[in-house]
Design a protein around this ligand. Structure first.
Ligand SMILES: [Cu+2]
Length: 216
């Protein structure tokens, strides 16, 4: 029940300042530490951090990745469940067909479905046509975006009726290996999207941070 813990802590801190607030935004943001997935087939040891800072109606998103496949576009999203369940990063056991790769479809059991894209326009919620970041020649990129929380919530509720953003129930995935990467034929993807585009290469669980822990 991490959610309750974070809310309690946020309420306590803000309460001390005479600003008790029972909403989700009692926290000042969220963070995730990303670890590599499928590093053998991706030939990369991806690692990074994501920060989501809440300031009024503005959500400032900051994702910094290192060790990812170089000169490659990396799709990135938060994934989660539409039934209130907590999403978790899949372990090696998620490789249901035993082909040595945890593909996008095999992540669904522990992490749910693709939800919000971290592209040029997150509130556009256009997962398949987004403008996603590209790693430099050293396998590094730094993505930042500022989004209206109201606009993002509205777009999210339209795509997932009755659901809220609920950041602390989500995980972030980074996807993508070069188009010439040799993948087993059994590696599945979403519809017509090539498997090299959706192959997960890193995952991190999003967690709330209380105001006293917020980076400045
Ligand atoms: Cu994704």
């Amino acid at each position: 029940m991490k959610h309750l813990h974070v809310l309690a802590l946020g309420g306590l801190v803000l309460g001390g300042a005479g600003m008790a607030c029972a909403s989700d935004l009692a926290t000042t943001g969220y963070t995730a530490t990303l670890s590599a997935m499928n590093s053998a087939v991706a030939q990369s040891e991806a690692a990074g951090e994501a920060q989501f800072k809440v300031d009024g109606d503005t959500l400032a998103i900051d994702i910094h990745m290192r060790g990812v496949p170089a000169d490659t576009v990396h799709w990135q999203h938060f994934h989660g469940f539409v039934d209130g369940r907590d999403a978790n990063c899949p372990g090696a056991k998620a490789d249901a067909n035993g082909d040595g790769v945890v593909d996008l479809i095999e992540t669904e059991r522990s992490a749910g479905t693709t939800m919000v894209p971290f592209d040029a326009k997150p509130a556009g919620m256009d997962v398949a046509h987004g403008d996603y970041p590209e790693a430099d020649a050293n396998g590094e990129y730094h993505y930042t975006a500022r989004v209206s929380i109201k606009a993002l919530e509205a777009a999210f509720a339209k795509a997932f009726p009755g659901q809220h953003l609920d950041f602390d129930k989500r995980v972030i995935f980074i996807h993508g290996v070069p188009a010439d990467t040799r993948l087993p034929d059994s590696v599945a993807s979403l519809g017509p999207i090539p498997a090299h585009t959706t192959l997960p290469i890193a995952c991190g669980k999003i967690e709330g941070i209380a105001s006293t822990d917020a980076p400045t």
